[in-house]
Write a protein that binds this ligand. Structure first.
Ligand SMILES: [Zn+2]
Length: 102
């Protein structure tokens, strides 16, 4: 399962090719050791400074309720899906070119 054709940076779980020839890389953000756990998913464009980070934790506020009653849910799949959608949409419209390798 290893391809030497394109070397992906460590941690990149998905990659989208933009119309400009750059890529949008999807990585996960981890908490610090000793208990590294993914807490957010990040999409970064290599052609422009645009990026999007979505936390795996969502806070729900009851409508009309008190702030103290907010609950936090762990929803990594929903977060990843949102980031992938952003990455795909960005890849379709970003015309920035990647920086040439030095
Ligand atoms: Zn871009």
């Amino acid at each position: 399962m290893s391809s030497t054709k394109t070397a992906w940076p460590a941690g990149v779980s998905a990659r989208y090719l933009t119309v400009g020839g750059a890529t949008v890389d999807i990585t996960r953000r981890f908490t610090l050791p000793p208990d590294p756990e993914p807490y957010a998913t990040l999409a970064t464009c290599t052609g422009c400074p645009d990026s999007k980070e979505t936390s795996h934790y969502r806070t729900y506020y009851p409508s009309g309720g008190f702030l103290g009653e907010a609950t936090e849910e762990h929803e990594p799949e929903a977060a990843e899906e949102g980031v992938r959608e952003w990455a795909q949409a960005h890849a379709e419209k970003c015309r920035a070119m990647p920086k040439p390798e030095a």
